[in-house]
Design a binder for this molecule. Structure first.
Ligand code: ADP
Length: 623
């Protein structure tokens, strides 16, 4: 059977593993996402002016100009107006790859030429999104050459929603086929800053003096901190700009994101943590990604090793709490760890980190339940043991008072007789003998109880000598004959020559006598008890075997405990204190020997003593 500490750590490890598996499952990652969304909504960026403007091809623009395919003309018109107000950069979130008509292309080209810092969109063609044939067809769909030549940069507009369809991040460096493209928001930010290029390090990107923490993992994802719903990114309608050119004044020194922005959505509309069922257009998401960069409000996901270490630490802490503390202290401390585990993701978020809540939470709960349940079971077991100990002591006290009362009553009665009545000398002597006998019995009983305590405390000195086992056993068997005869029990003992043993005669006689009287007490009438002695290497063995009630495994383990008596012994009505075997064991152990019990319920028992032989003792003295 594993030791309690091994079993306990095994259970805690299982709880830890289960918690981690759950935390890293699909359900766990959904919990992480939902908790993240909640934090994002609770702690939005402070309201304030945005550093970008969305130039939206909205419903009224589409209605006025005849649908999406006719958009280059009004877009060109609006961009011409925008160029007059000196925007910091203009990002056009429409992939201008379709041929279009010459007239509209000409106009758009001229508009682009008049703008400073233009970023044009490129995206992965849908066939290349299929992982099965990605290697053959992966390609970035690019704007027509005539537009591209006026662009200061190309930026990808690839969206990367999570499994639940919610767009929480933008990939700053998206690889498609053999090429890698920077995100449109990043390129717009670079141009607005006037940085010549994006410099890469392991921990992030450098745009001139500006650093963006985006570690080199999977396309360098950047979590988008969507603008405060109470102050969204500025919006301009293409049609409004055409109708009221002065409205475009707000683009001054701001980055313009031009794209389709229709309520209800027709082009790349995605859910965001703020959506609540209403999707957001791609252009608005890109503008929000830009705002995140411009505000420098970065949220970094903690590494998996940190997540694992914290979970292991929490499990160990809870394990120690339930191992070392008890009661309210244990429950209170475990609750504190639970609260801390649930507060950590919030604290991390406020410090700019995203800590996955599911694994830590699952691990702490599972560990707390495991630790708590284990603790409860152990405490309950200890309580049970204490109760049965108390019970046994009560029975012992009861027995002792009962046993003492008999000789005491006799002594009292007899002494009263002597003092009250004139008695003959003969009668007086008879009563005096009774008093003497009973007081001796009383003394013996007291002596027995005291000897156990003294023996266990090591206060009794053994007076050792060579003893002939046959002598010892013959004397014991003789003493038992009267008690055995009352139950018509035969005690078989054939003295044989056995090596002498080394011990205290009085104590060893007590031990053997006790085993034989027990055999008589716990056997039915008319059975046989066999006593044997033999020697083995340097030891002498004595066994007492009966055909009595026997005991089961659990009882055998307890019979050497003070005051323990089996159920059968209690029910049989046979007197006993449950002290005899405790004394026997103590005597044998003090002699450097051992005692063994074999027993089967209703078949009988055999008690075997192994004691040091006198030869061994002599050997020890010589060496
Ligand atoms: P007691 O005074 O009750 O006999 P012991 O310490 O000598 O106390 O024995 C403890 C218990 O072990 C007994 O109460 C009895 O239940 C059990 N026991 C001891 N010897 C035997 C035996 N030979 N057969 C069955 N049960 C025994």
């Amino acid at each position: 059977m594993p030791k309690p500490v091994t079993r306990y750590t095994g259970l805690l490890s299982a709880a830890l593993l289960l918690g981690l598996l759950l935390g890293w499952s699909r359900a766990g990652s959904q919990i992480n996402s939902s908790a993240y969304d909640l934090l994002l909504r609770f702690y939005p960026p402070p309201p304030g002016p945005s550093s970008s403007v969305i130039l939206g091809i909205d419903e009224q623009t589409l209605n006025k100009h005849g649908g999406l395919l006719r958009m280059r003309q009004p877009l060109a018109q609006a961009l011409e107006i925008v160029s007059r107000f000196q925007p910091a950069a203009v990002a056009i979130d429409i992939v201008l790859s379709e041929p279009g008509t010459e007239a509209e292309n000409e106009r758009l080209e001229q508009a682009l030429a008049s703008l400073p810092h233009v970023v044009l969109a490129t995206h992965l063609s849908s066939s290349s999104m299929n992982p099965a044939n990605a290697s053959q067809t992966a390609a970035w769909e690019e704007p027509l050459k005539r537009f591209k030549k006026h662009a200061a940069a190309l930026g990808h507009v690839h969206a990367d929603p999570d499994n639940d369809g919610v767009n929480r991040q933008v990939l700053l460096a998206k690889v498609g086929g053999a090429d890698r493209r920077w995100a449109m928001a990043l390129e717009a930010y670079r141009l607005a800053l006037g940085a010549a290029s994006v410099r890469e390090t392991a921990s992030g990107l450098e745009l001139g003096e500006t650093f963006i923490p985006a570690p080199r993992v999977r396309d360098r994802p950047l979590r988008i901190r969507y603008a405060n719903p109470s102050s969204p990114v500025n919006r301009l309608s293409v049609q409004d700009v055409i109708d009221h050119p002065d409205a475009a004044a707000i683009v001054k020194n701001r980055v313009v994101f031009a794209g389709v922005n229709v309520a209800g959505g027709i082009d790349r509309y995605l859910m965001t943590p703020y959506s609540f069922g209403m999707a957001m257009s791609g252009v608005e998401i890109n503008a929000n990604a830009y705002e995140t960069l411009a505000r420098g409000e970065f949220l970094l996901t903690v590494s998996e090793s940190t997540e694992l270490s914290v979970a292991v630490a929490a499990a160990v802490l809870i394990g120690l709490i339930f191992w070392r503390l008890t009661g309210n202290a244990a429950v209170g401390s475990a609750l504190l760890v639970l609260i801390a585990a649930h507060g950590l993701p919030l604290f991390a978020f406020l410090s700019g980190y995203v800590f996955p809540v599911a694994s830590l939470s699952a691990v702490t709960w599972f560990s707390a339940w495991t630790g708590g349940a284990y603790h409860y079971l152990v405490v309950r077991k200890q309580l049970g043991q204490a109760e049965s100990q108390r019970d046994r002591y009560q029975r012992a006290v009861h027995y002792i008072t009962h046993e003492l009362r008999t000789p005491l009553t006799t002594i009292q009665g007899s002494s009263e007789l002597i003092s009250r009545y004139p008695l003959t000398d003969e009668k007086r002597k008879e009563i005096a003998d009774t008093i003497h006998r009973e007081s001796k019995r009383l003394g013996r009983m007291m002596e027995t109880f005291l000897s156990v305590e003294r023996l266990s405390a090591g206060q009794l000195e053994l007076d050792c000598q060579e003893i002939d086992p046959s002598d010892l056993l013959t004397a014991c068997v003789e003493r038992c004959q009267t008690v055995a005869a009352r139950k018509q029990i035969r005690v078989d003992y054939v003295p044989e020559p056995v090596e002498p043993l080394w011990g205290d005669r009085e104590f060893l006689e007590y031990a053997c006598y006790n085993l034989i009287t027990n055999a008589v007490k716990y056997s039915p009438a008319s059975t046989v008890i066999t006593v044997r002695a033999w020697h083995e290497t340097e030891k002498v063995c004595i066994s007492v075997e009966d055909l009595g009630y026997g005991m089961d495994e659990t009882e055998i383990k307890q019979i050497f405990g003070k005051f323990y008596r089996t159920k059968k012994a209690l029910q049989s009505g046979v007197d006993g204190s449950g002290l005899g075997l405790a004394i026997v064991e103590e005597i044998v152990v003090r002699h450097g020997g051992s005692i063994e019990v074999e027993s089967r319920v209703n078949h009988g028992s055999r008690f075997t003593l192994s004691l040091p032989s006198a030869r061994r003792r002599a050997g020890q003295r010589i060496s």
